[in-house]
Design a protein around this ligand. Structure first.
Ligand code: ZN
Length: 243
């Protein structure tokens, strides 16, 4: 969906149903696009629209063939599409896994080349991290990612023009079950199921075995609650459109 169509859809829906949960500066989703080179989100995206019962599952830090392939298998069984925020050096190490993610219909997204905290880094290093990951994904899969998730969410509003230069919009999350702390797969499942809402962007890490083991129960639980699933771009449209 194009962003302009998305905005129309938003306008057609009840405003009370749409509660933007955005990081930093408030954005009025009904304001018309400005005549600049790109219409940009002025804030980072942390959630999708709250109408309907759609949510977005995202997997960070991979690929890691053994665990990523477990996750892919469970997604495929249930015909669920997810978004994978890939680390460039892992893309270079496991390009076949990246192709498999693409071939199974999931969205590929940028999570930097070597996973540093970017907020206090010099601009050139930040550019290199974003650009090298972008290049690695494109080389492995032919896909130009349009979403960027800074590692640890460490990215400032002042740095946002850098990601915009690479036609990337910044995606954070609204639901973090802290799976990377390895609390056990049943705790991860319980946290996701108890905290999910329409519009949630769920943060998981497909490099951990516990997370991969939690995925079947997470997906089944969300399906039982009548949720449907969208990739980041299905959820929010093309984040940056040329005017
Ligand atoms: Zn990460």
């Amino acid at each position: 969906m194009k962003r302009s169509q998305f905005l129309k859809l938003l306008a057609a829906s009840s405003a009370s149903l749409f509660i933007p949960r955005l990081y930093g500066e408030e954005v009025d989703p009904f304001s018309p696009p400005k005549a600049v080179e790109y219409e940009t989100n002025r804030a980072f995206t942390t959630a999708g629209p709250g109408f309907g019962r759609r949510l977005c599952i995202t997997f960070d830090d991979g690929p890691n063939p053994s665990t990523t392939h477990m996750v892919l298998e469970e997604l495929k069984k249930r015909e669920v599409k997810a978004t994978f925020f890939l680390v460039g050096k892992n893309v270079d190490a496991f390009p076949d896994s990246v192709k498999k993610i693409r071939d199974e219909g999931h969205e590929l997204a940028n999570h930097s080349y070597s996973h540093p905290a970017l907020k206090n880094m010099p601009e050139e290093k930040v550019r290199t991290e974003i650009f090298r990951c972008q290049e690695s994904i494109e080389k492995a899969s032919g896909v130009k990612a349009v979403w960027f998730r800074p590692p640890y969410g460490s990215f400032s509003q002042k740095q946002q023009p850098i990601s915009t230069d690479y036609h990337l919009s910044v995606a954070l999350w609204s639901l973090d079950p802290l799976d990377w702390k390895k609390p056990g797969s049943s705790i991860v499942t319980q946290r996701v199921l108890s905290q999910s809402n329409p519009g949630s962007i769920i943060l998981l890490h497909d490099i951990h075995k516990q997370t991969a083991e939690a995925v079947p129960a997470i997906l089944d639980g969300l399906l039982e609650r009548d949720y449907t699933f969208a990739t980041m771009s299905e959820f929010l449209g093309d984040p940056l459109i040329s005017l």
